[in-house]
Design a protein around this ligand. Sequence first.
Ligand code: RTP
Ligand code: MG
Length: 147
Amino acid sequence: MEKTFIMVKPDGVQRGLVGEIVARFEKKGYQLVGAKLMHVSRDLAEAHYAEHKERPFFGELVDFITSSPVFAMVWAGEGVIGTARHMMGKTNPKEADLGTIRGDFGISVGMNIVHGSDSAESAERELSLWFKEEEVASYEKTLNRWV
Ligand code: RTP
Ligand code: MG
């Protein structure tokens, strides 16, 4: 089953949006198979955002993601990587459609509430970075036949 890494960023946790975001993925029909509230080390933040190392906002991005706990999750289901990105909306909340997480709750690009893997390769890389094998559950979701 396809899996992706989704994270409620520090602004989302501080604003009490964890439940709202979990609910959106649950209601869509996806399956939660891993979750933890955690402080992010600088090493993990830098590894996670390695593709942006040369960008001018890299330092701020690492400062932000390590500033307060995040809620890291693994979601599973058909097409979950791409569909989760649609559900999150565009990177800049000012351009994100209403009805998406960033469009409904975000204002600035630096604090855009949620992260989601952007491809199968990113999902594989990020899941191995953030979750140990034993932290990801495998269980039958019997309602799967309805969605
Ligand atoms: P994310 O990785 O956090 O899910 O976001 P994304 O794929 O939609 O966007 P990405 O290009 O990977 O950028 C990562 C994060 O960097 C911050 N950013 N700031 N100041 C800026 O111009 C700028 N551009 C990007 C955003 O917080 C973005 O989520
Ligand atoms: Mg990204």
